[in-house]
Ligand binder design. Sequence first.
Ligand code: CA
Length: 216
Amino acid sequence: MRLLVIEDEADLLSSLAKALREEGYAVDTSEEGEEGLYKAMNTDYDAIILDVMLPGLDGWTILKKLRAKRKTPVLMLTARDTSRDRVHGLDLGADDYLVKPFDLNELFARVRALIRRTAGLSRSVVQIGNVRIDIPARQAFRSGKAVALTHREFTLLEFLAMHRGEAVSRAALYEHLFDENENTLSNLLDVHISNLRNKLGSEFIMTRRGYGYCIE
Ligand code: CA
């Protein structure tokens, strides 16, 4: 799952990005409105965390321009809790908002909920055959036994599970698993897929030859 955080307070931005990476997300960042909008328009993020008051373009303008092109879920960060700000954001197509200062665990929960809703999942625990995936706990189980997965393996599993029944292209997996600063080796994805198959069963993830992968 890949996020974009647009926030001009450098300390807040770096602590948010660090915390989100520790939660297993790939995180891109921007401190400025124009650049943030450019990234938001040109990458298929799983969610965007967007501050309202920004240099360049403000958060409202970014949201408005973004919505003309993309449905990426957006969580707005506002400095004031006023109904006027809330209503304005919702009218422009924001999916949720948080008032600063906020609790990190609440941010994590809201981001997870946004991504889940967008994928059309009503529950945060997904059962596929004998594999159970507990998304908030970031834990997978095989026949009831906990399976140790790396952050990246879990995220790959989560992404394929959210698109269950669809073939997901390799390009989409690279776009959603790695952030803008990562140097992605072309064989890395195959290594993660192979590890998941070893841990969850060889038939659990199917290969769509010449295209990508699928959980049926
Ligand atoms: Ca700000």
